[in-house]
Design a protein around this ligand. Sequence first.
Ligand code: HEM
Length: 399
Amino acid sequence: MSFGDILDTRDPATVLNPYEIYRELRSHRDLVWSDRLNLWLAPTHETANATLRNKNLGRIYQAQEPSDEWEIFNRLHSDSILDSEPPKHTRLRSLIQKAFTPGRISALEPNIIEICEQLLAGAAAKIKAEGRFDLLADFAEPLPVLVIADLLGVPRDKANDLRRWSQDIVKMYEYGRTRAQELAAAQSGAEFSVYISQLAAQRKIEPKPDLITALVEVEEQGEKLNEHELIAMCVLLLNAGHEASVNGFGNGMVAMFGHTSQLDLMKKAPREYAKTALEEMMRFDSPLHMFERTATSQTLIGNTTVEVGQKVVSMLGSANRDDEVFADADTFDITRELNPHIAFGAGIHFCIGAPLARLEMQNSLPMLFEKFPNLTLVGEPVQRPTFVLRGWESIPATA
Ligand code: HEM
């Protein structure tokens, strides 16, 4: 039994609210060993940040044992930027950055606004017909899927498949998953790969002004990005590009509903507070709580020596509540100016999509409150039973 065992990621009460346990874990101000998870926990802002920035800790996700069943799924990881280390990571990162430029992101703003308008019109019609809508299913979920689809050049009517594939795949990153979930992940990984590969083949014949074409062109300029890497990149962008955005928005809105003074501020001046509010939504109840690294050489984090092969988990959600870094860390304050949260990670794998996620929320938040100035909950939000990807299943609301 180790001190870190106080964290049980499968305990429903902890899934509901892990923050008391996080506080206890942080009290040591160092890494904490967990027998239960067989790894080091890095719960403070300093140790979580240092874990992500340490060059002796690699992001080596253990995909499944090699077999026919897992071949495609494993490739999605072994060829992905998120699961590679320098020099491969440096090459993939510079290639995606060439295609995923600030100009391409800001050019998406009109699409974001148009998608928000459509979704909000649909939500208003639902309120008229049924008296309520679901802030997640009717707004927060479709928005980033449709935006990332526009960015990549995937037709919008494919959004439901994208969402299903991606939800199946990300279940593999949870502790204690079932065999049925694993099979669904393998199946969805395969379907997703075939789809992207067909789309890339079409773009080679008929280029369009989209990111898939830009990546295909990069691929064609020699050996720089091979076909497997291209597929892994698109699948990752589609997954990463919306799972965390949906949960970040949902978690932040549930926090907002729970703090009426902040909700009132937001209703009064949504454009004024959007920028600081979105950072606080990311910090206060972060959508991604744990990212693992594995020691490739012996290294020091805090005062703890991590041996080769040992794992360390950066606890983003706990780091973002560290009261040695954030004044009144447990207070949800949408006017917070100093907010060095690490919800988007740190170091070489820092989130590529952070500017897009921020642009989406800078538009979607004020548009939501302008459309529905009397926005309110109309029932209990239903939480997802997952720990690493923290979020809600549904948030019933009305206006
Ligand atoms: C609220 C929204 C988001 C959050 C909280 C978030 C968070 C993160 C975090 C914590 C990491 C680092 C993982 C690690 O260190 O192991 C990451 C990486 C990444 N994110 Fe995001 N993300 C968000 C939205 C997006 C979007 C919209 C995209 C793309 C369109 C995206 C694409 C990526 C990619 C490609 C990486 C891998 C970068 C690399 O390995 O170099 N993310 N994200």
